[in-house]
Ligand binder design. Sequence first.
Ligand code: SAH
Length: 352
Amino acid sequence: MSPDSAQVAVRLAQQIEASGPISVAEYMRVANTAYYGRADPLGAEGDFITAPEISQMFGEMVGIWLSDIWLRHRPATCHYVELGPGRGTLAADALRTMKRFGWEPSVHFVENSPALRAKQLQAVPDATFHDNLDSLPTDAPLCIVANEFFDALPVRQMVATQSGWRERVVVRDSESGFAAVPGASSADDLIPAHFRTAAMGSIYEICPDASSIMQQLSARLVKQGGVMLVIDYGYTQPALGNTLQAVQSHNYADPFTNPGQLDLTAHVDFFELATCAKNSGLLTAGPSDQGAWLLGLGIEQRAQHLAASNPDRAADINAARQRLVEPDAMGALFKTLAAYAQGWPQPEGFGL
Ligand code: SAH
């Protein structure tokens, strides 16, 4: 165990000793804040790799998608906003593409990791940083992008037990450090009626931060105009299941060991995100499979063009395209969802 991890583990253990078990969400929040604040976790050398780090084509498709909307709507100004931009690679690729269409928006990054802010500044030197959504500009429409951001937000987990639904809470465990067990009070009220009688041991997750962020941004888009694109792994209908996972050095691990050393994520509830957007008065497109969305925007043609101009890299470019698009790679597990203000153009790529 590294000193970092030991420190986070000690802090969590003290908190549990002082005030009792904590929710899975609280554990995930503390662990992930430490994890992302510590260092850059991305890339082949790190713990996990994301679509923009696989190929420039991913950010370019996002740039084309936004440019198409911008060209059809032509707002006088419009801010580019990205949530959790990682190394800033997606933004750099998207903004380069947008510039080719004559669009150079101001750039706003919502990011709370000092280590990643430094990387993002290298990729996009004129970006403005925000700790949270409150300080985002209010003077013009927003074009918001979030790739693999929502999966990092803390989830609460409820479990079906003999005595009804209970929230899972984290306690100390002598062997692995921590463990999740059913808590003391009833969580029946948090479970949708059609899941109440699910089999013993079933797990139901909610992500209050995701709903809150979606509601806040939807309110902004209703007021200021604009669009939002969410890309992540997740499910499109309400579902049961334990999707909390930990990844370290590209391998799965026990989520309740080494807090702050592992990337903790949960699958994103796209049904809930779309519902928040619609209830706020936005229109939505998707969720669609990432593969279909990328193909609809022309990734195939882009890959051919890139390969023709870089024959020595043709095999890599083709492999990257396959990884992003094929259903047995990232193409089907990852979804894309668009939310947009009334009066804004219907976004491309959703087979509408
Ligand atoms: N979008 C990037 C990185 C994904 S990793 C990519 O696709 O490569 C998750 C990103 O979200 C990191 O930049 C992390 O620091 C950021 N993040 C996680 N939780 C956050 C929070 N609560 N507020 C702001 N940023 C957060």
